[in-house]
Design a protein around this ligand. Structure first.
Ligand SMILES: NC(=O)c1ccc[n+]([C@@H]2O[C@H](COP(=O)([O-])OP(=O)(O)OC[C@H]3O[C@@H](n4cnc5c(N)ncnc54)[C@H](OP(=O)(O)O)[C@@H]3O)[C@@H](O)[C@H]2O)c1
Length: 322
């Protein structure tokens, strides 16, 4: 099968489009014929092996799996002998732990759910990690309730474009922060207010928010806290940080500080959960959430897809079609 393959950590140029063996599903796995796979900043960290802390999980000297990517949508080609919930021919989407940028991927059955009717493979592949992150941040960490004020930075990005829509679905009054070229997009996602960060620094206005999901962390924590109500919740969510431990130092500092304030300072790591993907499938079916697709790339140009993500100006999601 064709796959984007890397034999060492490095920039997108380490990826080659190669012929490799088709994986064999284990007893609880599903072999998915991949129709589309989306890429996001986490895939870039894993591909480059930086921050170095990712190598503790993905392989110390070289990437353990060699095929990047995680989120995918496609058709079930075969199932392991203990899988009863899915059958060949079913359209599914979910997340792989062994690479998604390939014609076929082996995925644990409990990482997959049926694709909602009328959703394309490209749209479905865009959903898993980014939308689960937005859902878990707003529902589980911030416990967003109707009428609360929610501010989302990076509102035009992968996580932010889902977060704006999910916060609206929860009945919040939503403010999205983005660049001028994305103001119309963020408004079209349902944001009640849009802040153009090139004109207004949201930390320097009089407005206070019950919840801030900060996907960018462009301003210091102390400044962002000024824009939070006295008992509000701040979720610093940017994965950027130092060469060795990435955002972990910043996360530890924030956790420590949270013991000394009534504000809830809650950095978190999203976790893949099948029931959350089912919740998102419902939101997609009812039209409360619609993926925003920035660009699609063919599999042979997967390196360009990752370059685009690394540039940090993604408008919604970047998807590789297979
Ligand atoms: N906690 C977790 O488990 C978890 C899970 C997934 C992702 N993340 C992290 O979440 C962050 C966001 O991910 P993503 O996939 O949404 O990234 P993304 O798709 O690259 O989006 C970033 C967006 O931010 C915008 N932006 C840049 N500077 C900005 C500023 N100063 N104010 C407001 N918007 C700005 C960019 O557009 P313009 O440049 O055009 O403004 C772009 O649309 C990443 O750092 C990622 O590592 C965390």
């Amino acid at each position: 099968m064709r796959a984007a393959v890397q034999h060492r950590y490095g920039p997108p140029s380490v990826l080659t489009s190669s012929e490799v063996g088709r994986p064999l599903p284990g007893r609880n796995d599903v072999l998915v014929q991949v129709g589309a796979a989306s890429v996001h900043p986490g895939d870039y960290f894993v591909m480059t092996g930086k921050p170095y802390v990712v190598r503790l999980v993905f392989g110390f000297r070289r990437p353990r799996h060699g095929i990047p990517g995680r989120d995918l949508a496609g058709v079930v080609a075969a199932v392991g002998k203990d899988v009863t919930a899915l059958r060949p021919g079913d359209e599914v989407f979910g997340w792989s732990t062994a690479g998604a940028l390939a014609e076929y991927a082996c995925v644990p059955a409990d990482h997959l759910v049926p694709v909602p009717a009328n959703l394309s493979a490209v749209d479905a592949a865009a959903v898993p990690t980014s939308a689960m992150t937005a859902l878990q941040a707003l529902r589980d960490i911030a416990n967003v309730r109707p009428g609360q004020t929610v501010l989302v930075t990076g509102a035009s990005g992968g996580v932010g474009s889902f977060a704006v829509q999910i916060a609206k679905a929860f009945g919040a009054e939503v403010t999205g922060v983005c660049s001028p070229r994305n103001v119309d997009l963020v408004r079209s996602l349902g944001a009640d207010h849009v802040v153009d960060y090139t004109r207004t620094d949201f930390t320097r206005t009089e407005k206070r928010y019950d919840v801030i999901l900060d996907n960018v962390e462009a301003q210091p924590l102390a400044a962002v806290r000024r824009a939070l109500t006295p008992t509000g919740t701040l979720i610093p969510n940017s994965g950027h940080g130092g060469r060795w431990i990435g955002p972990l130092g910043r996360i530890a500092k924030t956790r420590l500080l949270s013991g000394f304030t009534r504000q809830r300072l809650k950095p978190f790591t999203s976790v893949g959960k099948r029931k959350d993907l089912l919740t998102l499938a419902d939101l997609l079916t009812t039209g409360q959430v619609t993926p925003v697709i920035d660009r699609t790339y063919p599999l042979d140009e997967a390196a360009d897809a990752l370059r685009h993500v690394a540039a940090g100006h993604t408008r919604g999601k970047v998807v590789v079609t297979i």
